[in-house]
Design a protein around this ligand. Sequence first.
Ligand code: ZN
Ligand code: ZN
Length: 409
Amino acid sequence: MKFEEKLEQYAELAVKVGVNIQKGQYLLINTSTDALEFTRMVVKKAYEAGAGRVHVNLTDPYFTRAFYEFGNDEEFSKYPNWIVAQRDELIERKGALLWIDADDPDLLAGIPVGRISAQQKAAGEALVNYRKAVMNDDIAWSIIAVPSKKWAAKVFPHLPEDEQLDALWDAIFKTVRIGEGNAVEKWRKHVNDLEARAKQLNDKKYAKLHYKAPGTDLTIELPDKHIWASGSSKTPEGVTFIANMPTEEVFTLPYKYGVNGYVTNTKPLVYQGNVIDQFTLTFAKGRIVKAEAKVGNDLLQELIEVDEGSKYLGEVALVPHESPISTSGILYYNTLFDENASNHLAIGEAYPTCFEGGRDLEQTQLESLGINTSITHEDFMIGSGEMDIDGILPDGTVEPIFRNGNWTF
Ligand code: ZN
Ligand code: ZN
């Protein structure tokens, strides 16, 4: 299949499977100049699929970096209302939201972490409606990624410069199942497989998971009414969408106060244009009581200090070590890809949809049930070929779930 054809398939996938655009629906796309060509194709496909109006917010890595480098100090604790208003109107109109990332993993390297965390916090506080809509699946949303030159150079430093971009395109196409055959059909089957896996875990109703690996010995309690979900989500109107492409995970939420032990990351975390790596988090009754990173420690501390909820976990996700992304052996320096190659956890907000009836609960009700809320949600990777996980049933029976990084069943 030619490159152009693959690109078209990808654009179509984003529109028809990712956000699953409906007749007359508004679509908001957030992307950057590095993804301009591809975004044009997505816009066309969206109209062809019946979108009412497509609006693109186009940023540029230079614009972003310039703000952090040259902006006034007092500006980082503010957040413009026009961005809030735009998203709120989209939610009100039941529009769909598509992120087309083309990140540079080192975009904000060297920027004072105080600026980054202040802006992160301001955005989190201002976008409260938006976050609720997304975490609750009230609107269809999806994140995909396309290569930028800087990102490709980070992933394939050993390749000649003129081959890096193509190599990253190839890798991304594989992860999103574009190649021979019909990608939309392949996704249907893939989503069914993930749903079957989630159902197996839901039938089990484990009370606890126990993780063991080098640098990790962690026990996570799951609430009675937890639900394992897969990458396929549904709006209240019954429209199915895929929030992350690629997606290989099944995930649920932990009991906020039931996490004990320590865990060490296995892939670098790119957070706000900076790399955090080689870190261990220690938990007592759910709370992070110790956090140390050999790389990016100051930013890790800022992440944990965002609010009360950023000191607790909000997501527990299982991905076999033999997932297609993992076996490619490529380290993407991008959470969208790296989290789908690895068991992971998230600091911060839990998905209320992972709890029976959770969608209808207010923040205070969620908190009283031990479901974490926060203005942040940040995944980090902990899986490896050396990870074993046991499931502990309510009666205390211990069953192996993962051995050497892979499902036992
Ligand atoms: Zn996840
Ligand atoms: Zn997550």
